[in-house]
Design a protein around this ligand. Structure first.
Ligand code: GLV
Length: 320
């Protein structure tokens, strides 16, 4: 059999490239800047497999440029950047990288939760601005997590891993998910399933851990924020457009909710200018899976999916 041509459209860790090289001839974009479309399309013209990153949009135009394509291996757990139905219609397999980034993303969500409730971003800004300060009994008081309720929207692996961490900090857990999770897991986490309105109305912290889709677009809009407590904290490590960012700016500025911590943005990499000047929001640049170990594991899993596709064992984590 002729060796398949595998195109990698973004820079990924070398172990992923090494593994892909065992399955075919690899062409990889190896710069930090996004691949220009002309270069991408020229490579796609004779690609059999493509390894994508979450900033690639795999839509009809992409697929039309790749007439021989058989598999799209996304190096991300989320695959909202891929038109899966269009791939399925063209009999193209899609894979993602679930599991390997669960701990890193849950760690980041917990970190953001601590940052926002203990006002660590504000503290950093104070010191770095060289503003004179001295210790004060009432200086920059935040709130503790013990005895507070965490409401998790999306109780997949990352939601469960966050619940485990939050339990260690003394929080109680409610969750909203299409299906109930296994009762053993519910018991271990002491987590109770409830409807979205109850979760929003009663939680001290609301964390978004669900996939982004048409169903979750602007799930947290102005009305949802009005349902939340006015001291509630919103944490988003899932996808930006789950939150109506303009409505969030309004809610944070007018005391409709207390604070927010965001790893993802509605029009990423742009951040709503109204968020920049607010002290009650923590902003970080989509770092959920950003550890050396996790990004290496993601690249390796995506590569294994391609290898499995060609050696007949099948991809480990197919989407369609
Ligand atoms: C990161 O956001 C991912 O979906 O892997």
């Amino acid at each position: 059999m002729i060796s398949p041509k595998i195109v990698v459209t973004g820079k990924i860790p070398q172990p992923g490239i090494d593994l892909l090289s065992t399955a075919g001839e690899v062409w990889a974009w190896n710069q930090d800047d996004p691949i220009p479309h002309e270069i991408r399309d020229a490579q796609l013209a004779n690609a059999d497999a493509v390894v994508t990153i979450l900033t690639d949009t795999v839509d009809d135009a992409f697929l039309t440029a790749a007439p021989n394509l058989k598999i799209v291996a996304n190096v991300a757990v989320g695959y909202n950047n891929i038109d899966v139905d269009a791939c399925t219609r063209r009999e193209i397999m899609v894979t993602n990288t679930p599991g390997v980034l669960t701990d890193a993303t849950a760690d980041l969500a917990m970190g953001l939760l601590l940052m926002v409730t203990r006002r660590l971003g504000e503290g950093e800004r104070l010191i770095r601005s060289e503003t004179p300060w001295k210790w004060g009994m009432f200086m920059m008081l935040g709130s503790g997590l013990q005895g507070r309720q965490l409401g998790i929207i999306g109780m997949g692996g990352i939601g469960q891993a966050l619940a485990l961490r939050a339990r260690a900090f003394g929080m109680s857990i409610v969750y909203h998910n299409r299906n109930a999770v296994d009762s053993k897991i519910e018991q271990a986490l002491d987590a109770r399933r409830c409807d979205l309105d109850e979760l929003l109305a009663t939680s001290d912290v609301v964390s978004l851990n669900c996939p982004y889709s048409e169903d979750t677009h602007h799930l947290i809009d102005a009305e949802a924020m009005r349902t939340m407590r006015n001291d509630a904290v919103l944490v988003n490590t899932a996808r930006g457009p789950i939150v109506d960012e303009a409505a969030l700016v309004e809610a944070l500025s007018t005391g409709v909710i207390g604070a927010a911590a965001l790893d993802v943005f509605e029009h990423e990499p742009e951040v709503h200018p109204g968020l920049i000047g607010l002290d009650n929001v923590v902003l970080v640049p989509h770092l959920g899976s950003a550890t050396v170990e996790t990004r290496t594991a993601m690249a390796t899993l995506a590569a294994r999916n391609v290898v499995g596709f060609y050696d007949g064992t099948g991809p480990l984590t197919p989407v369609n």
